[in-house]
Design a protein around this ligand. Structure first.
Ligand code: NAP
Length: 275
């Protein structure tokens, strides 16, 4: 019998931890599956063709990563509310009747990591988000649902921050500014969503953004060392910080739940991946 196939689609994709995470989930929950990392060429319509082929060959579910989350949004038949909010998807379920359901689990993944693993309560907190790309679009609704006091988006290209803030205006008034105009006061939570992470060059940020209890969260993760944003945070005096590995595992767990209706124990999986 052919095993049910799952895969993550992106470019680049070789570095992806998703195959390992989903294999660990599958072992933990005693589900038989295969999970691959599939490189999608960056040429026009390649994502569509690659997904069609995968679905024909017993594909049951897909994760979508950079740079295809927005394109994938238009390649499904129905969408979750949070996917509609994000205008991008990171998860597809291929239904038995051949239709495709798209979801975005990034926001819930981040909030679960912050609240369950990092023990952060976001209610009434002030949040600074650095970056205004696809990831921010995916996490804003879930952050707003935690009822923070304030969210400020600072981005290199200020107009992108403005467009995002305006898109979510019905949920909450969001402040925005150009990264270069960012200044005090300090924030309770600072989230880095700039894709500068692993290249090692953080843009210059002003002093005074961090107070004694500020929690710094980097969406970027690095299994071997502190990310440049977390080095910056530490140098600025932050006592608590973490990278995005927990978010990666939590967004994967939500996708796994969508496909298999079982929620894996993410605390155990995180321990295994970190050792
Ligand atoms: P994206 O859509 O390409 O957006 C990139 C963002 O980074 C934009 O705001 C961009 O600013 C900014 N940026 C890039 N280079 C910069 C520089 N040199 N100086 C200042 N800002 C710069 O990417 P994304 O999908 O939002 O992803 C962002 C990061 O989050 C990626 O590293 C991704 O791997 C990570 N991520 C992690 C998880 C997880 O589960 N842990 C999930 C999703 C994403 P401009 O608008 O000015 O170009």
């Amino acid at each position: 019998m052919n095993m049910n196939r799952y895969a993550v689609f992106g470019n680049p994709i070789a570095h992806s931890q998703s195959p390992l995470i989903h294999q660990l989930f599958a072992e933990q929950t005693h589900i038989s599956l295969t999970y691959e990392a599939i490189l999608v060429p960056l040429t026009l319509n390649e994502l569509s063709k690659t997904l069609d082929q995968f679905q024909k060959e017993n594909g049951k579910g897909a994760n979508i990563t950079l740079p295809f989350k927005q394109e994938a949004y238009f390649l499904v038949n129905t969408l979750s509310d949070r996917a509609i909010c994000a205008k991008a998807i990171n998860t597809i379920r291929f239904n038995l009747n051949g239709s495709r359901y798209g979801d975005n689990t990034d926001g819930i993944g981040l909030v679960r990591d912050l609240t369950l693993h990092q023990k952060q309560n976001l209610h009434n907190k002030t949040i600074l988000i650095l970056g205004a790309g696809g990831a921010v679009s995916g996490i804003l609704a879930a952050l707003i649902a935690e009822k923070p006091a304030k969210i400020l988006i600072a981005n290199r290209t200020a107009t992108k921050a403005k467009i995002l803030a305006n898109r979510f205006i019905d949920l909450m008034p969001i402040e925005y500014c150009a990264l270069e105009n960012l200044k005090k006061p300090s924030f309770d939570l600072i989230i880095n969503a700039m894709s500068v992470g692993l290249s090692g060059t953080m843009p210059v940020l002003p002093n005074g953004l961090i107070h004694a209890k500020t929690f710094c969260y980097d969406l970027v993760y690095d299994l071997s060392s502190l990310t440049p944003f977390l080095v910056w945070a530490k140098n600025q005096g932050a006592h608590s910080y973490c990278d995005g590995l927990g978010m990666l595992v939590e967004q994967a767990a939500e996708a796994f739940y969508l496909w298999h209706h079982i929620r894996p124990n993410t605390t155990k999986i995180l321990k295994i991946i970190k050792t």
